[in-house]
Structure formats: C-alpha cells, structure tokens
Design a protein around this ligand. Sequence first.
Ligand SMILES: [Zn+2]
Length: 407
Amino acid sequence: MVIRVFSVFVVLFLSIGAARGAEIALTGATIYTTPVAQPIPNGVIVVTDGKVTAVGARASVKVPPAAEIIDCTGRVITAGFWDAHVHFMHRIWADGATIPAATLGAQMQDTFTRYGFTAVFDVSSILENTIALRKRIDAGEMPGPRIFTTGFALMPANPQLPTAVYESMGWMPMTPPEIADPAAADAAVNTALNSGADAIKLFISAPSKSTHSPKVIEAATAEAHRLGAPVFVHPNSNADIIAAAENGADIIAHTTPLSGPWDDAVLSAMEDRDVALVPTLWLWKYLVRNAPQARQDAVVETELAQLRAWIARKGTVIFGTDYGAVKPGPAEDYALMAAAGMSFRDILASLTTAPAKRFGRGADLGQIAPGFTADLVVLKEDPTPDVRKLADVQFTLRDGKMIYRAP
Ligand SMILES: [Zn+2]
C-alpha cells in the first residue's frame, strides 16, 4: 500500500522552545524510547528546535549549558500518543474558524492534550470545519494536537441516518455524502483528498441496512491508495469486516461485539490483508451501560475475545477512543485492552509506533531518538503495574513545545 506523506506544518513556538536555536533538556525520568527498547533510568532528552538531538543516561548525555531544564525526576517519558479514532462533531467544535482562541485551547486541553495526545485522527466530521481547527492550532493560535482527518465518512445510498437524535447527542447537523456506485466513490474520494483530507472513511453498512457493494469499496480504496491515502472503515458486522478487508481497506475502526465472536473467516481476511484494528473497547461497554448486567457482560466478553484473537494472530493494533461518541478520556480503554491481554508495552506500541508507521510518519514520530520530532508525554508515574496510569500526564510536548502542564 502506498502511504501518503502527510504535510508537515510549521508551528509557531509559544513559550518553551520559542526562539530559534532554543534548547530544552528533560532530566531525571525513566525514558521509554520505543515500546520494545529497555527503558533508560535517570535519563536525559535534549531537544533543539523541536527535534530530539540527544537521549540517553544522565552520565552519557551532555546537557547544553544554555538549555532550559525541565526536571522530570520520578516521572516516565514516552513518545507522544495518537488517538486514531475521534470525531470533531460535537457542537463545541462548530464554527471552528471563529471559536475564541482561549475557549478552543481549553477544549483541546480537556479533550486531548491533558491525556498526552499529540496526534489525533478524526474519522468523520465536517471537513472544512475540522481543517479550520487544524489551521488555527498549526498557526500557533492555541496549543493542540496534530489533527488528521477523513472529512465525512462515505455512506451507502439511502442510509436513513437518525438525524433527529443529533440534537440530543450534541452533534452538529450534517449530511454525509451517499455513494451509489463505483464512479461516485471515485469522485467522492477525489473531492475529499483534494480538499485537505488525509484519509478516507467508509461506513460499510448503514442503519437502513443499505451496504456498500464490494465494487464500491474496491473503487474507493483503489483511488485513495492511488492518491497515497489510507482507508478507514466502520464495520457494523463481521460480514462488513470481511468485505472491507477483501476489497482493500487498511484500518478497521472498531471491533464488532454486537454481532458475535470473530471466526477464522473474519480473522484470516484481516490477517491476509494486514489491516490494523482500532478496538474502541470502551465505546461498546459505554453504549450498553444501561442494558441488563448479563447483556453488558456478554458484550465486554465478546469484544475482549475479538481483540485477544487478533493479538494471537500478531495483528496490528492502533489506539482509538471514538471520542465524539464517548466522553473524553482513555483510561477505560487502557484497562480493557489490558484485560484482553495487552501489556503496558503493547498498549504503548498502539499509541506510538504502530500509528506512526501506519500513517506514514514512522521516520519522524512515534519514537524518542535523535532526529525525531519532539512529541513527548511525561507521565506522573510508571504505568507498568496499572495501565490506567498512562492517562495520568504531567506534561505533554509537541514539536518540543509544552502544550499541556498538569496543575
Ligand atoms: Zn467513530
């Protein structure tokens, strides 16, 4: 698959790392340079002009005399986190070009940066609005994560979306495009990618039971890949996953616990095409929270079994919350991923190296190494014994600039 090289935006540095040539040094933390390397105790990271220029044990890294020191003694540092399943569809994000900067900055903090998210992938929203948000962050108007977006998901014809409930969900009114045939898929993919989208999202089936035909999925993925963009899919069933994987999709954006366990046909279709899975385990638990306990238990059991089976096949897992359908905050997802058998390091890979690689940024994001962009998370404490601690963030840095500082 061809992966688009995403645009690298110029970021105006607001405070730390503000001037050209500015150096900072984060000292004293345990550093996980990658999810697989041995952690460096009492380490030092030197950042120059937003890039990591040195990382190692305190004894072996020289701290430049002019560097601003950020004392991280007792903390744990990892590469910046990705949330690869979010939506900017709540009305708090509407009129993205004109939301007061302080308000928008506070929203970005409460939703993303306080949890260490330095990159988020929006997988259905109003494209122009999400791009307006992205432009303001990248211009340095307020701190926030890197935003990648698919724009509107492409729906099957006559989807009968429950638009009447958007108001009660707090969502903006919106009308995603409906795709009737392969020619329409081709046109919609071109329109989105030529208008600033970074990827394509397909809703494989709709509430009306209308479903994208294999030819439509194939046309959309072929055109997206030709233009260097990956394709996310929202499956509602195991059959949707098979159709998506067999026709070229790259990222399965949910498990499907409402349609029963994954059999060999589902898992083999995913494995054969090397898709990545975004499990969104908390989403399903949240959606059935008012159901009888036995139903809740069955849904959680099924989603854990699906993720467990995918891990057993050594499949790629990418972290995502489905913020927009659930409240902000990844701790419940971390706990559920651990319950499915993922270690702290496995979850860290899903937050860092796996998304960076899948989205074509493996050479500059996802690791802490000389030459890499200084997107960093400083955790309050070691998450090894309790993965929920991955959500307890002291500092978040993007491009070497502090974009969140815990009170
Ligand atoms: Zn979603």
